[in-house]
Design a binder for this molecule. Structure first.
Ligand code: NCD
Ligand code: ZN
Ligand code: ZN
Length: 354
């Protein structure tokens, strides 16, 4: 029997095609300036979410926001922001034709009204958007979904699962050619729904939903920095997400949902939802894949499946991760504010080589 070593040497370096982040919140102003270097250092491109206040609703607004992002980049960075429009019931199909014509605008984002940060102008009745969705289907502009119902009668932990049956299934039947990404999935039900759907439906998975279950919100007390939407779920859901991300399916790809808020807005009697992970995004995913003995699948998830779905070329250059623990700072500055990164004051196992 020609067997190899029983205990292969642990992997200490990984080289992969440079990844992209298919779901990030870069904000604006001082916060944008504070966070964009973290994303640009790791990722060649990122889908930038449009939930500013007011939201990014037109191609003109998206191009202006893109210019602000580019001017906030560190000198020499070659990062490419991929822009999105915030879907409202007032949007008209000609805006989709404009988006289709503008190379820099890639997709439209659906937020149920009131579901999450700066989503007050989101959609109440999706059927009112059907002419816009028909234009998107015709011109092949993908729809990105914050997939939760806002019905207050539905338990907060069930809002994603109920969305699948109540909204996503009818949507896939009404627009079979519309390509969609179910963003930041958090449940076994979502994994199964996406896996069983045609290739028109894909999903992003965050690092924090792969690393944490809902106990993390309550360890030793209330932990506002582990509060995000959709909420962290039970351990068996986390296990299903890890299996989906590391299982080799091309339908699942990296989307950090890195979502910074000033510390005072999270440590509050009514704290904001969002977890900041851009400072260690790829490194945190590497921990997950290492834990699942699937480091060889990290590149597919982080660098290949996303561009393939969006029909963009994969990146040409590479990045290297080194197994070398480092300590995350307890806060980061954004103008006069500070914000708290995931793992603040604690250790991350992998480091991105310079
Ligand atoms: C995001 C934010 O703060 O913009 N928050 C979050 O908890 N994920 C919004 C979102 O992605 O739903
Ligand atoms: Zn969301
Ligand atoms: Zn988000």
């Amino acid at each position: 029997m020609a067997d190899g070593p029983r205990h292969p040497a642990p992997v200490t370096h990984i080289s992969l095609v440079r990844p992209d982040d298919w779901h990030v919140h870069l904000r604006d102003g001082a916060m944008l300036a504070a966070v964009v270097p973290d994303t640009a250092r790791r990722f060649a491109r990122a889908i930038v979410m449009p939930n500013l206040d007011p939201p990014v609703r037109t191609v003109a607004e998206a191009l202006a926001y893109r210019a602000r992002i580019l001017s906030a980049l560190p000198a020499g960075a070659s990062f490419q922001p991929l822009m999105t429009l915030f879907l409202t019931e007032a949007m008209r199909p000609h805006e989709i034709a404009r988006a289709h014509a503008a190379k820099a605008v890639l997709a439209v984002k659906y937020y149920p009204a009131g579901a999450t940060t700066h989503a007050a102008q989101g959609v109440r009745d999706l059927t009112r958007c059907y002419p816009v969705l028909a234009a998107m289907e015709r011109l092949d502009v993908p729809l990105l979904l914050h997939g939760e119902v806002t019905d207050p009668a539905v338990d907060a932990f069930d809002r994603e699962a109920v969305f699948l049956e109540r909204h996503l299934l009818p949507l896939t039947r009404a627009f079979p050619g519309l390509r969609m990404v179910l963003e930041h999935i958090t449940t076994r039900a979502a994994v199964e729904f996406v896996s069983a759907s045609p290739d028109t439906l894909a999903a992003t998975i965050t690092a924090h939903h792969l690393l944490l279950d809902r106990n993390a919100m309550f360890t030793g007390g209330l932990r506002p920095h582990h509060y995000c939407l959709p909420l962290l779920k039970r351990a068996h859901h986390r296990a299903a997400l890890v299996a989906a991300a590391t299982g080799g399916s091309r339908k699942f790809f990296l989307g950090t949902d890195s979502a910074p808020h000033p510390r005072h807005a999270k440590e509050s009697s009514c704290g904001c939802a969002g977890i900041y992970t851009a400072h260690a995004a790829l490194e945190l995913y590497a921990e997950v894949f290492e834990g699942a003995h699937a480091l060889d699948r990290l590149e597919g998830f982080a660098s290949c499946n996303g561009p393939d779905f969006y029909r963009l070329p994969r990146n040409q250059d590479r990045v290297t991760l080194i197994k070398e623990p480092w300590q995350v700072p307890s806060t980061k500055a954004a103008g006069a504010d500070v914000f708290v990164p995931l793992r603040a004051g604690e250790v991350v196992a992998w480091r991105l080589a310079d």
